[in-house]
Design a protein around this ligand. Structure first.
Ligand code: FAQ
Length: 327
């Protein structure tokens, strides 16, 4: 259930925000107005959005790594072209969301530094390995599918630059999901070896995909505030349930099973009930101890170091252009 608490005009504890300004800001939110970068906003709102948006941008960038790992090994030219385009789209999403985050008054360099030093989080899902080609289809189906559920909600976020970024990004994620599901369906209708390979990928990615939605509502410290300010419109559990309800029939349509003995349709609630998530695993992964955390950060650090000459060249070019303009 959505926890739509009515806005309160009291500034957060320790805040230096003016109560009248907070009240005016919250009235705008209550009326469904979009907050734009130059508008006044409580410092806490700015901080929450910076945290969430930068974590999202980092996720898109780190999220290129598991799939990028298979570009050279795609089984046909068509699959290779599709995968290349998808990974490139994710890079675009990252850059787009970094730009949106910068409108909150923080520089790209600082954001990237927070990722590379391990200070900022990125989605838990990208710390799992892609062991077979079937993983690529399942990522499109599950991971992009989960991202769509989450981001369709965020397309109505109260902060304009984030909401607008989500509208565009969701359109592309829909293609990603379709290509993933099509690849999964092809394998599921293929040889016994291909069927076994895709079932194994489904078994490994199902639970981590459910974890993408974050901790359960009772353990989600940020949800109430984000919902109050209409950054999030639904809770983590509501979105997770939506994803399960959408995905179960899709799995059945291609005769694949989901690895949960407790999965059953509840006639009363008209939702699919599912088993308990392993929250210990989730906390291990988000605190840096997942199967690939170290590898992922090492890859990003190397890419950053290898790209230093590009940044230097761009700066030199900009300085030259400024000098010409000034002259
Ligand atoms: N992984 O209080 P809550 C994609 C952290 S994009 C890591 O519930 P909140 C596209 C959370 O940050 C995927 N950390 O937090 C693609 C907080 O820690 P903090 C990324 C997680 O913000 C496809 C703490 O736990 N999408 O997949 C996770 O209300 C294929 C407490 O949690 C977004 O980022 C997690 N799964 O809700 C790309 C969407 N869950 O910061 C490439 C935007 C929670 O206080 C290939 N973000 N944490 O230290 C959101 O919607 C929200 O921030 C949530 C978390 C739902 C992720």
């Amino acid at each position: 259930m959505t926890d739509q608490k009515s806005p309160t005009s009291a500034p957060a504890a320790g805040s230096t925000d003016d109560a009248a300004q907070v009240a005016e800001f919250e009235a705008r939110i209550a009326q469904g107005e979009s907050i734009e970068p130059k508008d006044w906003m409580p410092e806490r709102y700015r901080k929450q959005l910076t945290r969430m948006m930068s974590q999202h941008a980092h996720s898109e960038i780190v999220g290129m790594l598991p799939e990028g790992n298979w570009i050279t090994r795609a089984p046909s030219l068509r699959r290779k072209m599709v995968l290349l385009a998808k990974v490139q789209d994710e890079a675009g999403h990252g850059l787009y969301i970094y730009c949106g985050t910068e409108t909150l008054g923080i520089g790209r360099e600082e954001l990237v530094d927070q990722l590379l030093t391990g200070k900022a989080k990125y989605s838990s899902i990208f710390n799992y390995p892609t062991l077979t080609w079937a993983d690529i289809g399942v990522i499109g189906w599950f991971v992009d599918g989960a991202a769509i559920v989450n981001q369709t909600m965020l397309a109505k976020a109260s902060f304009g630059p984030y909401a607008r970024a989500m509208v565009r990004i969701c359109k592309e994620e829909n293609f990603h999901k379709k290509q993933g599901y099509e690849s999964v369906a092809t394998l599921a209708n293929g040889t016994p070896e291909q069927r076994a390979m895709v079932q194994d990928a489904v078994n490994r990615w199902w639970w981590p995909s459910l974890m993408m939605f974050g901790p359960s509502d009772k353990d989600s410290p940020n949800s109430a505030e984000l919902i109050r300010w209409r950054v999030k419109r639904d809770t983590n559990d509501t979105l997770r349930q939506r994803f399960v309800d959408l995905t179960v029939p899709q799995a059945r349509a291609v005769n694949l099973t989901l690895p949960d003995p407790d999965l059953r349709y509840n006639e009363e609630t008209e939702h699919w009930d599912f088993g308990e998530i392993d929250w210990t695993e989730f906390h291990e992964v988000i605190s840096g101890n997942g199967p690939c955390n170290r590898e992922r950060l090492a890859a990003r650090r190397k890419a950053h170091d290898d790209g230093a000459w590009v940044r230097e060249a761009a700066q030199a070019y900009a300085a030259k252009r400024d000098a010409v303009t000034a002259a």
